[in-house]
Design a protein around this ligand. Structure first.
Ligand SMILES: [Zn+2]
Length: 331
């Protein structure tokens, strides 16, 4: 049974290989898809891309790093493992595992639309797709990025016209650097919270160029924007500005009204796939079975309604797989 080969008890384990993928508990050796906290634990040895390795070293003090370039396969137990760009944040990877004639693709967090700072995502055929589904509801269809950036610039201009500080609330790794690059290239002066600035410097060291960006030093903003992370540290800095307007930058801007009422505005700028991209990933991978994680179980149900053999990771798969998955059941 496929169940015996795939386990979701602690991250993703594939029986034919040694290292788990994105385990939630500390391991001696683990494959880490990217440097966000919900995918990272303090492992003894970190197996990842050069970009994620550097980010994990700076952000999480990762020391024992086993680095594999994108597209460079290696042997892992009985399996062959290859990291492919996921398009989520700089260095983020999907993991392709090939074993016993089957191909497993774990997306980690991914995005198909172009990013200002991350490597473009590279979907590939696989028999089993293990996909994130953070925004796996039809309401999460993100508008074109250029239109959202236009709206954001209008918010910034209106705020500056009111002699208030435009404060952009963006996660300190990934989103903050992407927004800093977009706004800096539009000739806004961009100041960043020190935690976001530290990651911007890491991005720079990995070859991403930024213009008009600086670490926030106390005092007024000079006709520009301030980027702070959500949470107490970022908001403490924001609250130093008596006259301010805050904008939350996240795909959750499309969540039901009221969820982010504490901000003055919200813009759907995300580093995740939206509903359409999640469906496109399935179409491009052409899997015979799909497992979903990092989102609502309803996404798997919606895929089943479209004819896919899709199940939430961790839930019980059908005891008798459908005919088209017969080869999987032989494992
Ligand atoms: Zn992430």
């Amino acid at each position: 049974m496929l169940r015996a080969v795939l386990s979701f008890a602690n991250g993703i384990r594939i029986a034919c290989m040694d290292a788990p993928l994105d385990p939630r508990k500390r391991c001696d050796r683990a494959i880490v898809t990217h440097a966000h906290s919900d995918h990272v634990r303090r492992h003894k040895r970190w197996v990842t891309t050069p970009g994620t390795a550097l980010l994990c070293a700076r952000r999480w003090n990762a020391a024992d790093l086993e680095v594999h370039e994108f597209h460079a396969p290696w042997r892992e137990g009985e399996a062959t493992v290859t990291l492919l760009p996921a398009g989520h944040i700089l260095g983020s990877a999907m993991v392709l595992v090939e074993s016993r004639g089957l191909r497993f693709l774990y997306t980690g967090d991914f995005r198909l639309r172009p990013s200002a700072t991350a490597e473009p995502c590279e979907p590939i055929d696989a028999d089993v797709l293990i996909t994130e589904c953070t925004f796996g509801e039809p309401r999460y269809r993100f508008p074109e990025r250029a239109a959202v950036v236009d709206d954001l610039c209008t918010f910034v201009e209106e705020t500056l016209a009111q002699e208030a500080a435009p404060i952009l609330i963006a996660y300190s790794l990934g989103k903050a650097q992407e927004v800093a690059r977009i706004m800096g290239d539009l000739w806004y002066r961009v100041a960043l919270h020190p935690r976001a600035w530290a990651m911007l410097e890491a991005y720079r060291d990995l070859g991403v160029a930024f213009t008009n960006c600086e670490c926030y030093a106390m005092g007024p903003l000079a006709r520009g924007v301030l980027i702070v992370p959500p949470g107490p540290g970022g908001m403490a800095l924001a609250h130093r500005f008596r006259r301010r307007r805050t904008a939350f930058l996240s795909g959750w801007a499309l969540a039901p009204p009221g969820r982010f009422g504490r901000y003055d505005a919200a813009f759907p700028i995300s580093d995740h796939a939206d509903w359409s991209e999640l469906l496109e990933m399935v179409e491009r991978v052409r899997p015979r079975r799909i497992y979903t994680l990092h989102g609502a179980d309803t996404f798997a149900a919606r895929l089943r309604a479209r004819g896919y053999d899709a199940w939430p990771a961790g839930a019980d798969a059908p005891s008798v797989p459908p005919a088209e998955s017969a080869q999987l059941s032989l494992l």
